[in-house]
Design a protein around this ligand. Sequence first.
Ligand code: ZN
Length: 637
Amino acid sequence: MNLQDPIAAIRDGILSCISKDAKVSKIEFEGPEIAIYVQNSSVITDNGDLVRSIARLIRKRIVLKSDPEIRKPEDEAKKIISQLIPRDAGLINVVFDKALGEVIIEVKKPGLVVGKDGALLRRILAETLWRPSVVRTPPVQSRIVTQVSSFIYRNSDYRYKVLKEVGRRINRPQLLRTNRVRVISLGGFLEVGRSAIMVEADGSRILLDCGVKLGSMNLSSELPELDTPEFNINELDAVVVTHAHLDHCGAVPFLFKYGYRGPVYCSKPTRMLMALLLLDYMDVAAREGREAPYDLNDVKTMLLHTIPLNYGEVTDIAPNVKLTLHNAGHILGSTMVHLHIGEGLHNIVYTGDFKFAKTKLLEASSYVFPRLETLIMESTYGAPSDVMPSREETEQNLINTVNTTLQRGGKVLIPVLSVGRAQEIMLVLAEAIDQKLIPSVPVYVEGMIQEATAIHTAYPEDLCRELKNKIFYEDQNPFLSENFITVKGRSARPEIVEGEPCVILATSGMLNAGPAIEYFKLLAENEKNCLIFVSYQVENTLGRRVQRGVKEVSIPGPNGKEELVKVNLEVKSIEGFSGHSDRRQLLRFIERVTPKPKRVIICHGEPSKSQNLAFTINKYFRIPVAVPSTLESIRLV
Ligand code: ZN
């Protein structure tokens, strides 16, 4: 292949294996895909052999599209689509993306539109010559899914330009071949928060995660070390976000504020959850009178530059780097990142946050990769004492506590994080109510949790097998249980607290913000009630003080005046619901991961935990382990 101009070489390669009858009108590099536009409609509806043979030859992702001139007019195409789609699929909307030649079909049941082996999709393509893309309308309405999707459709022309620019950069000539690979820790090493890792390989620069450290005293300790000379925003090829938690994605809009205009790769659910959590992050900052390091426009620009990928899809993200996302089992849409560098030069897996065990919500993380030399892994629960009880035991513990409280006429308050833990607890409660292990009481959830749950219902494919089967084949979606009641506004809270026995799920998980504090104030004095902590309580939070057993706390009221609250309610901490692997699961992952890595780099943990885990891995598995601090660089090749 011609090294000077790979784009021309790829074009030549494609033209050489496609017949003149196809009437190729243009070949475009659209993000990580190469789109071949043709004027002969029979080529479009061909069964995919042509695409496969071209993809095999040039080893790129290929998509065949119709030339705009031969596509059916939108009105006509819309009519055809509405006739072809079975009534049961529940057609909601048809949107045309002229720039990409796609028609987005929003339905309640995508499975019925895809048809057997995609037969119905092929028919839609054949009859309209628009490429169909089917999107699920979540059964629980999600403000974020609706707004983000329509924002992206509205800005289709801008997005088309972004994709072309990204495509051009991915396929640029590589001037220098040093065959060197380095990782540089920019944040989240020997600490938890502001995760950011730079991978530099032969002039390509990939940033893995770019998070914030919540609760920091100032902006420079909240953000990763982006002002180091190693990091030049203009040379960055791609940002990859493992999952939507703010300590992994909270600083991505900051890059856009300072001029980054490249791609952000993540899974589809991560794009939506990121939007939810970033907007909330800015809201909380505004309410607390702090300034967020970016504004809404930066988040919007980020969304237009986000390229969602499916698990297992191998994607070129730089001239010499291929990216594949694997399931991490941590929260919905969480991924492990596999980077294949050069032609077999080096392979890196970055675990992000991961859970190497199945939960009620998600499958256990992946552990088999095509190739692997360097493993960068988290160590949140890396100390020998970080061994958690089994899930069964943990769930039983929760059910028993809820039961005892309800039986004595009390109410249960469970402070939770809106994404992940909330849905996990909802599933345990729904199942327990269904099996009559606890009485059928109302379970109140507040807005943010409801919104995050709605996003979960938009991506059932990414949930664990049992849950998926329940939703798809038994038509039983536990998130739609009648027991879950969304609280409409804060004025409803006193009535809930005065009413019948119930369970309340409210954010934040550490009682340091959000409606959970309001409920706590209303419930704390009655000894019949119970507060259940299901997540770790960080030092200096109200949650930690209450967990330690204080009998009286002062909490700022709505007008800033401190209110004294007597703590008479029962306080219980249930360990074992974590979305992270515990010590045993971390070590089991190392034992099982295939192929065995030649080097391990530890990140995301308190210093003693990271070091202890490193020592154990080295001692028992005889793998060299590095525990760099932030701003260190390690040469891999
Ligand atoms: Zn996380």
